[in-house]
Design a protein around this ligand. Structure first.
Ligand code: FES
Length: 119
């Protein structure tokens, strides 16, 4: 059992305790995004987010993103455009895209400036 004050990452609490397995482990270093979830609509990398940081905040995973109007539209766009390849990181990408559109629904490129590729 995982207690809210434990130091384990939210990723393992979601997967192993809550059984919400849409959140994937990729790099474990906040780099790949496969583990992305929302804390109060903010996209976070759950692999490096301690459980204690989520205390008192609303956690949304891919399992429930379709209940959100914007999340539902993003999921439908993923299906319509056949985005998924192997599919492993698609959940994290949907979570990131939804958070971005919620942050700046009319001009998402403005919000993305701080998330630009660093290559
Ligand atoms: S597992 Fe890669 S960012 Fe968390």
């Amino acid at each position: 059992m995982c207690r809210s004050r434990c130091r384990c990452s939210g990723l393992w609490a979601l997967r192993d305790v809550a059984g919400l397995t849409s959140t994937k482990f990729g790099c474990g270093m906040a780099q790949c995004g496969a583990c992305t979830v929302h804390l109060d609509d903010e996209a976070v990398r759950s692999c490096v987010t301690p459980v204690a940081q989520a205390q008192g905040r609303e956690i949304t995973t891919l399992e429930a993103i379709g209940e959100d109007e914007i999340g539902s539209r993003v999921q439908q766009a993923w299906l319509d455009l056949g985005v998924a390849q192997c599919g492993y990181c698609q959940g994290g990408q949907i979570m990131s895209a939804t958070a971005l559109l919620k942050e700046a629904p009319r001009h998402p490129w403005a919000a993305s400036a701080s998330r630009a590729c660093r290559r």
